[in-house]
Design a protein around this ligand. Structure first.
Ligand code: CA
Length: 461
């Protein structure tokens, strides 16, 4: 796009406004919303109608969630070369009102990975940009009406700039009036389902790409889909962790294996799934991943997943699973012995099942004795290192001591016989209190029968 900056009237006010505006939490979009699932082509297009050429004034408004910036991402347009367009260019709000040469770009930079409300208005001689219901820039503009085109209207698309945002939008509205700051702020938090004077179209994505007031229904293409979750930076919508998996020899003669089961929770749509391995005791910012898929409503069983999927014959790890549809994940990690298998069920858990940074949890029923041994495990659910402080207690509640463990980004650690580090005596009916900082971390214990190598899984909560 042509890089002609127009005069800014409010440069100083901008910077001050930004500090004030980012203090509050604004969460008024309503799932589902229109999601542009990855950095790839996709669009919502609305067939041309004369009503979509707003003429002497307009307001375009929407909730926006961006994962990344790009050179220019089309948010709303009806041919930027000839008429009007709203987009984000390297994070700045940009509008065109009368085609090429009428660019207005705010110095204001919108945030990534949080919802915000975006609006722009035009009326004779003036263009204004709004962020979370407050004006952040005002520019001179032509006095004539916005030129008419017969191009389709685009959301996340423009007939002359087919670059969608990587993120999501909701409550997208077109008005044929220039709304005031007070008007925009007053209605941005609630859906509008019924006709209002000046409101040309309102798309809330609760039922496909339908316009609930003007009949200007949209058509979705490519990566544009209706969803209830915003994409993560790697396009992970439904995220799960299996706190421990293995194809490895353990203490004694134990030989640990993991069988893996996942069910697609959507009855109809196939789930595109990515299985990621998080090997023990290392930074897993970069990790092996294998793509798979399951039909709607079906269950997929993978025996000995560490060897079968990841081709690892001596590895203890955790797993991260990303899916386009909700999954139900169960695993069984067992000791393969001559007498049969002895094992424990380990669920696939959302990150929210872990202990959040700043929070505490407990595990009880632990034992380290001639009869049983305890393993204490940690699985970090993000790319931020976490620290877990563990306080050990005996059966009578005596504080045996505290140890601190660092868990690397997406890291997995397991400590064998941790009570031995704080107590010279055997411990039965022991407990641990865990306190996490840095990143949500799934904390668990596996108590293993020394005679059979039969394990039992305990989740910190
Ligand atoms: Ca919605």
């Amino acid at each position: 796009m042509k890089q002609t900056h127009r005069t800014m009237k409010l440069g100083l006010c901008l910077a001050i406004g930004f500090l004030a505006l980012t203090g509050g939490s604004v969460e008024a979009q309503h799932a589902p919303f229109l999601v542009f699932a990855e950095d790839a082509p996709g669009s919502m297009q609305v067939a041309h109608d004369d009503d979509l050429n707003p003429g002497s004034a307009f307001t375009v408004e929407m909730w926006v969630y961006l994962v990344t910036f790009d050179n220019c991402q089309s948010m709303f347009g009806k041919n930027w070369r000839q008429a009007y367009w709203l987009g984000i260019c390297n994070g700045s709000i940009r509008t065109y009102t009368h085609g090429t040469g009428t660019q207005s770009t705010s110095e204001f930079v919108v945030p990534l990975r949080q919802w915000f409300h975006l609006a722009a208005t035009f009326e004779s001689g003036s263009v204004k940009h709004f962020f979370n219901g407050q004006m952040v820039a005002e520019f001179d503009a032509p006095e004539e009406p916005v030129p008419a085109t017969d191009d389709p209207l685009g959301v996340g698309w423009d007939s002359e700039w087919e670059i969608p945002p990587f993120g999501a939008v909701d409550e997208v509205r077109l008005w044929n009036v220039a709304r005031s700051e007070a008007d925009i702020a007053a209605t941005m938090d609630a859906p509008i389902g019924d006709p209002v004077a000046g409101l040309v179209a309102s798309w809330n994505f609760d039922e496909d790409a339908w316009d609930s007031v003007g009949g200007h229904h949209g058509t979705l293409d490519g990566i544009a889909t209706i969803r209830t979750e915003v994409p993560q930076s790697d396009g992970c919508f439904e995220e799960y962790f299996v706190p421990a998996v293995a194809h490895a020899a353990g203490v004694g003669d134990s030989q640990w294996r993991t069988d893996f089961y996942m069910r697609n929770g959507d009855a109809v749509n196939p789930a595109a799934v990515t299985l990621e391995l998080m090997p023990r005791n290392q930074d897993n910012t970069v990790r092996p991943a294998v793509s798979d898929g399951i039909s709607g409503g079906r269950v997929l069983a993978i025996r000995d997943i560490v060897l079968d999927v990841f081709d690892e014959d001596s590895m203890a790890a955790a797993m991260r699973v990303c899916s386009t549809e909700p999954l139900h994940i169960s695993t069984r990690t067992f000791n393969q012995s001559d007498e049969g298998t002895f094992g424990q069920a380990i669920p696939g858990l959302p990150a929210s099942a872990g202990i959040a940074s700043g929070s505490e949890g407990w595990i009880i029923g632990l034992e380290e004795s001639d009869a049983f041994r305890t393993n204490l495990g940690f699985t970090n659910t993000s790319d931020v290192e976490s620290t877990v402080e563990v306080t050990f207690f005996s059966s009578n509640g005596a504080d045996l001591g505290t140890k601190e463990y660092s868990i690397p980004p997406y890291g997995h650690r397991q400590i064998s016989s941790p009570f031995a580090d704080v107590s010279a005596d055997p411990v039965t009916n022991g407990s641990v209190a865990v306190s996490v900082s840095g990143s949500t971390t799934i904390v668990y214990a596996s108590v293993v029968d020394n005679a059979t190598d039969d394990g039992t899984f305990f989740l910190a909560e």
